[in-house]
Design a protein around this ligand. Structure first.
Ligand code: ZN
Length: 388
């Protein structure tokens, strides 16, 4: 079969033997595989990522001197069942798969380890137990977005956003756009998005953001004071003292009233800010710019070190929450939200390429003006050269 391998940062089309499924595994013919920001990171920084993984006990993450087939955002058709499969999905069924693979005693991330080749290929091995049948004839272009949209769904759920909460999305690449789609699918009324690129701001609007700002012109936090958020220290101090003063004027003890209000969930209004950029300085920029008591959900993966001002975060009681991946249930639910039309992720797809065009697609994705998500169609042939 044809595949695209990555070694020492170079991408090349290679021939590989057809994969053989192990016990409880399937081979699927890949219909579409998304190119993820993690793949762009992994191409040049996989050793740093592998060091982090090794520190927490996983030592088989991809290394630059290995030949790895990337790709963890795929959908395909069932081609072959390995021994011991329940065959719940017949040959030819469209499926997506939670991208983890068993090898002996270990579990590996598909497309990010030499031990589990990914979807930049005509075929890929997956666990039968982790596959989900694509319902409602959902198009492969959209089904392949299950994985990145599940990342967004997990982030939104971990953000604990309520319908009346103001949600602010910093960065409108595929992750930020996915978060916007999932926030709107959850009925969140005030979604503010910010990105430097006009192209990505236009996509944010198509994904349903209620207000889209160019951060060089406007602050995404500008309207927060008007919406009742505390944006200065004096405002927070005034609130604390003012509430006690009011309660103590009443002819009843103030402490039970305060406790009752706490039980009812009374607290300063706090927006949820989603960090979807992942470059140094962004988290500290949010800590400095966001209203007091904001919750910051960090979805963007910043490589290497970064600096924050803890004293600023403490003075504003900023809550920092880091999120990773999704659960198998969130993955399944995301596919069904896409297939039921509850969420429209179509604006994310800005291109489809064949295997020989993958390297060019990586270069194109490095420039945020034009692209969000590029999908690989492994069966697609290079476009015919124009005849003279
Ligand atoms: Zn990904």
């Amino acid at each position: 079969m044809n595949a695209v391998s990555c070694t020492q940062g170079r991408l090349a089309v290679v021939k590989r033997p057809a994969p053989t499924p192990g016990k409880g595994q399937l081979v699927i013919d890949v219909l579409r595989c998304g190119i993820c920001g993690s793949d762009l990171h992994a191409r040049h920084h996989c050793d740093a990522l592998a060091d982090v993984a090794a520190e927490i006990g996983y030592d088989a993450a991809m290394r630059s001197d290995q030949e790895v087939i990337l790709g963890h955002e795929f959908c395909g058709t069932v081609a072959e069942h390995g021994p011991g499969c329940r065959k719940s999905a017949a040959t030819g069924t469209h499926v997506v798969a939670f991208p983890l693979l068993r090898r002996g005693r270990d579990v590996h991330p598909i497309g990010l380890s030499a031990a589990a080749p990914g979807g930049y290929a005509e075929q890929v091995i997956v666990e039968e137990s982790l596959t989900v049948t694509v319902p409602n004839g959902l198009a492969p272009d959209i089904a392949a977005l299950t994985e990145p949209m599940a990342v967004a769904w997990h982030a939104v759920r971990r953000g604990g956003v309520k319908k009346g909460t103001v949600a602010i999305v910093i960065g409108c690449g595929p992750v930020g756009l996915g978060v916007i789609c999932m926030l709107k699918a959850s009925g969140i009324r005030h979604v503010i998005a910010s990105d430097l690129s006009p192209g990505r701001r236009a996509l944010a609007e198509r994904c349903g953001a209620d207000l889209v700002v160019d951060p060089t012109q406007d602050s995404p936090y500008a309207g927060c004071a008007d919406r009742g958020h505390l944006v200065t220290a004096p405002a927070a101090l005034e609130l604390a003292v003012g509430v006690v003063e009011k309660l103590r004027r009443l002819p009843v003890p103030w402490e039970p009233l305060w406790r009752a209000a706490e039980l009812l969930g009374a607290k300063p209004k706090s927006p949820v800010v989603f960090e979807c950029v992942g470059v140094p300085g962004v988290i500290d920029g949010i800590i400095g710019g966001a209203p007091l008591f904001s919750r910051v959900v960090v979805v963007g993966v910043c490589m290497g070190g970064d600096q924050i001002r803890p004293a600023m975060a403490i003075n504003k009681e900023i809550e920092l929450r880091f999120v990773l991946g999704y659960t198998p249930l969130e993955f399944r639910d995301t596919l069904h939200m896409l297939a039921d039309g509850k969420v429209d992720a179509a604006p994310l797809v800005t291109g489809v390429v064949g295997l020989p065009e993958v390297e060019g697609a990586f270069d194109a994705l490095g420039d945020p003006k034009r692209h969000a998500k590029i999908l690989i169609d492994p069966k697609r042939r290079a476009p015919e050269p124009a005849s003279a």
